[in-house]
Design a protein around this ligand. Structure first.
Ligand code: UT7
Length: 335
């Protein structure tokens, strides 16, 4: 049976650590408020010369090396990001050029915090149907250049960080589905009626002009979020996606060995775990050190869990995410 599996993982985060106290020098906030409401202690910020694709390249190289393959062995790139280097072309094209991988398809996925789950599902589907054999899946973000780091933007600015994660997804011949590592299924959803609950209003073609000085003066180039609504929907939708993915594969949620949830707020993940009766020790979080790196949170989580000994070959792993769009989904796999 032709399926896909994750054969390599890599991450890259900028060196610069920005603590909650440092944010307090730009805006009216506090270490205590941020930790209590979100669980975040610090995040990384890239230097001004670094583009999102640069972070992606570093993570991708690490993932290829982890898989023991060369860039020339890859036949497709899927790059999930909400913070591409430029409005167009997509970040996947910039990454492809920087890695000398010209000729193969390079796709951008714009599903925000659910970006990596969507990207992984694409890679899996292309491999299953035989249109690709080895796919480089990247999730990378630079938020720091686009945040309002004044008190006006504090509800959003304290949450996000820069970083990248990548996975090599390749074809595998599954002889015994009960034991062989492979992606079991992905379950994707979206509800565009929630689009303006978490979005970047400008620039855009919805306006008479792409970007105006009035828009900049009004701060429309900064992300806007209705935090409470997003929080409630994140708990509800991630819980639903986890239950859906387990049911589709005839297992109980309790049979999952490790949960890697998107990292938006520690309290969201604790609520999902509480709601579904998941043992806290089965949930691996990185938000404390990296904040919300959006499309990068899940590959960073997988990489760090493996490094910490929490993710081992053969484990049943549930990935789940929720974010702007609204978009949400889950992937169940044997690692
Ligand atoms: O990646 C997917 C998308 N993102 C999410 O899933 C995030 C979902 N939402 C959340 O995580 C939470 O709603 C937040 C962490 C954003 C906010 O937590 P909250 O407990 O919902 O706080 P709140 O928005 O109700 O604000 C409480 C107070 C407000 O002051 P008043 O009106 O009560 O006087 C805010 O102005 O906290 C104030 N506040 C802050 N204070 C210090 C908001 N941001 C900050 C801040 N520092 N950074």
């Amino acid at each position: 049976m032709r399926r896909s599996r994750i054969s390599g993982l890599g991450i890259h985060v900028p060196d610069r650590v920005v603590t909650n106290d440092e944010l307090g020098t730009f805006m009216d906030t506090s270490d205590e408020w941020i930790i209590q409401r979100t669980g975040i202690r610090e995040r990384r910020w890239a230097d001004p010369e670094t583009a999102t694709s640069d972070l992606g390249v570093a993570a991708a190289r690490a993932a290829l090396s982890d898989a023991g393959v060369e860039a020339s062995d890859v036949d497709m790139i899927v790059f999930a990001t909400l913070s591409p280097d430029h409005y167009f072309p997509g970040a996947a094209c910039f990454l492809q050029a920087k890695m000398g991988m010209g000729g193969i398809p390079a796709i951008d996925v714009r599903q925000q915090c659910t970006g990596f789950v969507y990207a992984l599902s694409l890679a899996d589907a292309y491999v299953r149907i035989g249109m690709a054999s080895r796919v480089l899946v990247v999730g990378a973000e630079i938020h720091s250049a686009g945040l309002d780091v004044t008190t006006r933007g504090r509800d959003v600015a304290v949450l996000f960080g820069d970083g990248a994660g990548a996975a090599v997804v390749e074809a595998t011949d599954v002889a015994d589905p009960a034991t062989d590592p492979h992606i079991w299924s992905s379950h994707l959803h979206a509800d565009g009626t929630g689009a303006e609950e978490l979005w970047l209003p400008a620039p855009g073609m919805a306006y008479e002009r792409f970007m105006t000085k009035d828009q900049i003066d009004a701060g429309l180039q900064y992300p806007v979020m209705n935090g409470r609504t997003v929080f409630v929907n994140a708990v509800k939708r991630m819980s639903e996606a986890v239950v859906e993915a387990a049911a589709a594969n005839d297992i109980e949620v309790a049979d999952v060995d490790l949960f890697l949830f998107h990292q938006a707020n520690l309290r969201i993940n604790q609520s999902v775990a509480g709601h579904l009766g998941i043992d806290d020790t089965k949930v691996f979080n990185t938000i404390e050190r990296y904040g919300n790196t959006t499309a990068a949170t899940i590959p960073i989580g997988m990489f760090e869990a493996r490094a910490a000994g929490a993710l081992e070959p053969g484990m049943v792993v549930m990935l789940a995410a929720f974010g702007s769009g609204f978009t949400w989904g889950a992937t169940l796999l044997r690692f």
